[in-house]
Design a protein around this ligand. Structure first.
Ligand SMILES: Nc1ncnc2c1ncn2[C@@H]1O[C@H](COP(=O)(O)OP(=O)(O)O)[C@@H](O)[C@H]1O
Ligand SMILES: O=P(O)(O)OC[C@H]1O[C@](O)(COP(=O)(O)O)[C@@H](O)[C@@H]1O
Ligand SMILES: [Mg+2]
Length: 320
């Protein structure tokens, strides 16, 4: 394989730059020419494609976001749009494409392979950890650590004022960020979309904690269950303590990638080039039990990543 390209697509995630660097440097070490595509599929369509040089890759291993920029292009679901975009790859004789993104981005990649023969490899990059076939997606660990830092800070003020805090965290339809920040941050309650919950039970739990002499409550609310403000509204009159809501928002998606995110981004990035060199295509890379694995790329949207029930129950047990 002589020429490959890389793009990032969907929501950005810390560690995407680390992955781009690994793909490009590893490919260059094998004599492959590497193109960067700006703004995901939008840049492929608009011909924002340029040859990456070693200079582009310096100083990005620890930079959050993605220097290739990212975008969402709903029109890419249209086969005519894909046919137009692929012309910009073919005129440069780009045979392989590494797509760093989520299930939606992988879907687009799969169609490029099936319809136009471009060899594609997907690297899971999203803070949500909502992709089947991998224990961790790139960005999840960094975001988890940002949330843990926020929990510690909020707990200080929550305790001083003896308040109940609802902290809304990202995750789209997935509860992993809320679950693992509750587990590792000592959260006192957890609401995730994968599990039913009762507002009355939560209120009872908060009141019971106060009877035990606890001075604060930190409740993790996954955005997938709805607004934490609405949950607070429903709790009003049922809990005795004063309540506050903090929506962490996009602060969760920025900053230096953690060690774990950099390690998995680097390993997955290099492996994507190995797979392309072997002539493979239509695969996504994952990490399971600390080993790199591959699945057909369709695994990302055909299988649903399940919540770990034991971890969920442990978080609830320790939160009581
Ligand atoms: N079914 C699909 N067919 C073709 N392209 C798709 C499809 N779904 C998503 N895409 C492309 O991938 C982009 C990113 O998808 P999105 O679902 O927003 O994020 P993520 O990749 O993080 O799941 C979309 O804006 C679109 O360009
Ligand atoms: O940046 P936006 O457009 O506000 O999107 C917010 C969404 O993006 C995410 O941060 C990341 O989601 P994706 O990786 O699937 O794009 C979600 O957690 C959140 O729901
Ligand atoms: Mg997605």
């Amino acid at each position: 394989m002589k020429n490959i390209a890389i793009l990032t697509s969907g929501g950005d995630a810390p560690g995407m730059n680390t992955a781009i660097r690994a793909v490009a440097k590893y490919a260059m070490s094998k004599g492959i020419t590497v193109y960067g595509i700006k703004r995901g599929y939008a840049g492929m369509l608009n011909d924002e494609i340029f040859e990456l040089t070693p200079k582009d890759l310096g100083g990005i291993i620890d930079r959050g976001g993605t220097f290739l920029l990212t975008a969402r292009l709903p029109e890419f679901k249209n086969p005519e749009v894909r046919a137009e975009a692929v012309k910009n790859l073919k005129k440069r004789e780009i045979e392989g494409l590494v797509v760093i993104g989520g299930d939606g981005s992988f879907h687009g990649a799969d169609l490029l392979y099936k319809e136009h023969g471009i060899k594609v490899i997907g690297i899971p990059g999203t803070i949500d950890n909502d992709i089947a076939g991998t224990d961790y997606t790139i960005g999840f660990d960094t975001t988890l650590n940002i949330i843990l830092d926020a929990i510690s800070k909020i707990r200080d003020t929550a305790t001083s004022h003896e308040r109940t805090y609802l902290i809304e965290v990202m995750g789209r339809n997935a509860g992993d960020l809320a679950l693992y920040s509750c587990l590792a941050g000592g959260g006192d309650g957890l609401l995730i979309p994968e599990k039913e919950f009762s507002i009355d039970d939560l209120a009872m739990q908060i009141n019971k904690r106060r009877e035990q002499g606890k001075l604060h409550d930190v409740i993790l609310v996954a955005e997938g269950v709805g607004s934490a403000f609405e949950i607070a509204e429903k709790l009003k009159g049922k809990v005795k303590s004063e309540m506050r809501v903090t929506v962490l928002g996009h602060i969760q998606r920025g900053g230096t990638p953690s060690g774990l995110d950099r390690i998995i981004a680097t390993k997955m990035g290099a492996h994507s080039v190995e797979l392309l060199e072997e002539g493979k295509s239509g695969l996504m890379i994952g990490i399971e039990s600390n080993k790199l694995v591959t699945y057909p790329i369709s695994h990302a949207w055909e299988s649903k990543k399940e919540i770990d029930i034991k971890d969920y129950e442990l978080a609830l047990t320790l939160g009581h």
